[in-house]
Design a protein around this ligand. Structure first.
Ligand code: SAH
Length: 353
């Protein structure tokens, strides 16, 4: 009978919290149907195309102390690095040659990168590759900072809200951070015209099924262009070193529910999912995801951007990563494409170039 709820969702009708909770609670028996419906909906909007974003992890310095994260400021075991503007643009140039048309610049909250410095880097990339989208994922900054970066040419911004539950947010983060500021950032980014990605970890310590139902309601209301979710994975030098990892299966089921809730959302099968399960990224695509974010960072620094233990693809060159992914994805019946892969609000196929 819960299949009716999936059908309702697939038809574009809203579910209430109780209904989402029933789906989550009965996920064992529903996963195949949910994945099938999610892929059908995805294919209607985007075809069987999987978009790739080249990830440049350009600094592992961070002023914050998130309890879950391996690059937190208090982790004195970590050797820190930051890439120069020309090292970053070089990664993008290599990525361009490999077919990437979106570059994601991600890092800790490293104030070395002032608005001026970061804006100049964005301008450089846009100048060399005007046909590419630049995505930033550098945490919480002021509205003015987001405005300057947008004006410099940044198209998109990824900032996971991490949890929609205020108390849970407090338990995951130091007192210097707040749920309200995180949300302020997301709404500022939206108002400034960025394509925005929010998201959360699955199975972060203290998360309940009730929270997950609220996540789906929040995402439905916020209508982000992208949603990034992945299982929580402990890092040995954090306060959560002994916590249990999040479940890959639950992540896959939630990917399907997110796809059904926001049919045209861009949904990555994340590296954390590929770390929790060796076939996680393929399974993510089969559950309704349509984005992959392989690493373009120089191989010398990859092992230092360790958000969690055993992160995959830290030893490979970018070219090796992309050919490995192409092979993996072809087995799912989908195909990696190399256009910008903008969010498609109209439901038509506007992504072809
Ligand atoms: N400083 C940026 C980038 C953070 S890293 C920002 O604040 O947005 C990107 C994402 O990795 C985080 O938002 C978090 O959801 C995820 N992450 C961090 N530590 C993790 C862990 N131990 N397991 C799984 N995901 C983690």
């Amino acid at each position: 009978m819960y299949k009716d709820l999936l059908q309702k969702l697939a038809k574009g009708e809203d579910l209430n919290k109780e209904e989402y909770l029933l789906l989550i609670g009965n996920r064992e028996s529903l996963r195949t149907d949910a994945a099938e419906a999610a892929c059908r909906v995805r294919n209607e909007h985007y075809g069987r195309r999987v978009f790739i974003r080249g990830l440049v992890e350009f600094t592992n310095y961070c002023r914050n102390n998130c309890n879950y994260c391996g690059i937190r400021a208090a982790n004195s075991e970590l050797s820190r690095y930051r890439l120069t503007g020309s090292e970053i643009t070089e990664c993008c140039d290599i990525g361009y040659g490999l077919g990437f048309r979106t570059f994601v610049l991600q890092g800790g909250e490293d104030m070395y990168y002032t608005d001026d410095i970061l804006a100049e880097i964005v301008r450089q990339i846009k100048k060399s590759h005007p046909d590419c989208a630049v995505t930033l994922s550098v945490g919480e900054r002021s509205r003015e900072s987001y405005r300057i970066l947008r004006e410099a040419g940044a198209d998109r911004y990824l900032l996971r809200h991490e949890t929609v539950n205020r108390d849970h947010y407090k338990s995951l983060h130091p007192d210097t951070m707040s749920y309200d500021n995180r949300m302020r950032c997301l709404y500022d980014l939206k108002e400034l015209g960025y394509q925005v990605g929010c998201g959360f970890m699955v199975g972060s310590p203290g998360q309940t099924e009730d929270d997950l139902a609220d996540e789906l309601l929040f995402i439905r209301g916020f209508k982000p262009e992208m949603v990034g979710i992945g299982p929580f994975i402990p890092h040995h030098d954090t306060p959560y070193s002994e916590e249990k990892a999040g479940s890959a299966e639950l992540t896959l089921f939630l990917l399907s529910l997110i796809r059904l809730t926001l049919p045209d959302v861009l949904l990555p099968a994340t590296t954390a999912l590929g770390t929790a399960d060796p076939l996680g990224r393929e399974k993510g695509i089969e559950a309704g995801a349509n984005v992959l974010m392989p690493n373009l960072s120089p191989s010398g620094v990859r092992k230092k951007y360790m958000l969690y233990d055993n992160k995959i693809c830290t030893g490979d060159e970018a070219a090796a990563c992309i050919s490995c992914l192409k092979m993996r994805i072809s087995r799912t019946g989908c195909e990696i494409v190399t256009n910008r892969g903008d969010h498609n609000k109209n439901g038509g196929m506007i992504n072809e170039i």
